[in-house]
Design a protein around this ligand. Structure first.
Ligand code: C2E
Ligand code: MG
Ligand code: MG
Ligand code: MG
Length: 283
């Protein structure tokens, strides 16, 4: 009967909630206790130019393998770290890790182009953030134009003034700013026109079912044109197969990222990926 079902649903929801809250508490505790160097690693996913399919950059993506909880995906712990404020030291750790890596790659003569780093709202409103970034850049002597920061619409809307000031300062340092997950936010298009950004990354959801759907193809092309009209570099993310690649090849997109070219990889994996990718491209 109806009432019984409701009770069962309520109970399932309750169990789910307490389970989630339990995990959340554990995540909060572990994030406070762990040594970042021991539990976090950074993976790098290649970005490819749309015209000649050159390897032009990477996105740095954090991975957490906890001693007690096992592997926790970023979608699960980043929001928690944002709430507790732990996202600030994590982001600083990540930027430092990336700068060290850039230096190592340069010494090895390995050119990866720009390295993109995701920033959340909490980071953009942290008042020491820009100074912290400057200090790291100076310490490792990294050319700031090699750094790209990915922000989202929601991360600037929450605390508009301060977040925008941070974004402008990062740009003044010489870094590139990309708007991530474009098309999933809530901001108006007129607002987009005023943002101090250089690139936009079209969210993967624009590719859903696109291969059989000519309307979706036209829609994607139009959204990409919108970016071009605004003089923004356009990145399409989440490209998984050749059919999608061919559709994007007919648009004015600048860069492509997705499993079709490469998954997020360790530095060693990226170096061998690059070797075989170059062989493939030359043939
Ligand atoms: P994002 O910044 O939009 O990153 C792209 C996500 O899509 C990554 O998931 C990547 O592995 C995945 N992806 C890339 N190509 C494909 C594809 O072809 N198909 C599919 N299905 N997925 C693809 P990941 O690494 O799990 O990260 C998820 C989100 O977590 C990121 O979304 C970003 O918002 C956040 N994140 C990851 N690393 C960091 C970090 O270091 N700092 C911050 N603040 N957020 C991070
Ligand atoms: Mg991103
Ligand atoms: Mg994205
Ligand atoms: Mg994202």
């Amino acid at each position: 009967n109806m009432h019984g079902e409701e009770l069962i649903n309520d109970y399932a929801m309750f169990k789910d909630k307490t389970h989630k809250e339990g995990l959340r508490d554990k995540l909060i505790e572990r994030l406070r206790l762990i040594e970042y160097d021991e539990e976090f690693v950074v993976k790098y996913q290649p970005k490819i130019s749309n015209i000649h399919h050159d390897f032009v950059g990477v996105e740095a993506l954090i991975r957490w393998n906890d001693d007690q909880l096992g592997f926790i995906p970023p979608n699960q712990f980043i929001p928690v770290a944002e709430k507790t404020g732990e996202i600030h030291p994590i982001t600083i750790w990540l930027i430092e890790h990336v700068c060290k890596q850039i230096k190592e790659w340069q010494v090895a003569g390995f050119n990866v182009g720009k390295v993109a780093i995701n920033l959340s709202n909490r980071t953009l409103t942290e008042d020491t953030f820009v100074v912290d970034v400057e200090n790291i850049i100076n310490r490792y002597q990294v050319d700031p134009s090699l750094l790209e920061f990915e922000i989202t619409e929601s991360s600037i809307i929450d605390d508009e003034k301060i977040a925008l000031m941070t974004v402008k300062s990062l740009r003044e340092l010489g870094a590139t700013i990309a708007l991530d997950d474009f098309g999933t936010g809530f901001s108006s298009l007129t607002y987009l026109r005023k943002l101090p950004i250089d690139k936009m990354k079209i969210d993967k959801s624009f590719l859903d079912g696109i291969v059989e759907d000519s309307l979706a193809q036209q829609f994607l092309a139009d959204v990409i044109n919108l970016g071009s009209t605004l003089s923004l570099g356009v990145v399409v993310e989440g490209v998984e197969n050749e059919e999608e690649l061919n559709i994007i090849g007919q648009t004015s997109a600048d860069e492509i990222q997705g499993f079709y070219f490469g998954k997020p990889m360790s530095s060693d994996e990226l170096i061998s990926w690059d070797t075989s990718y170059n062989e493939k491209i030359l043939n």
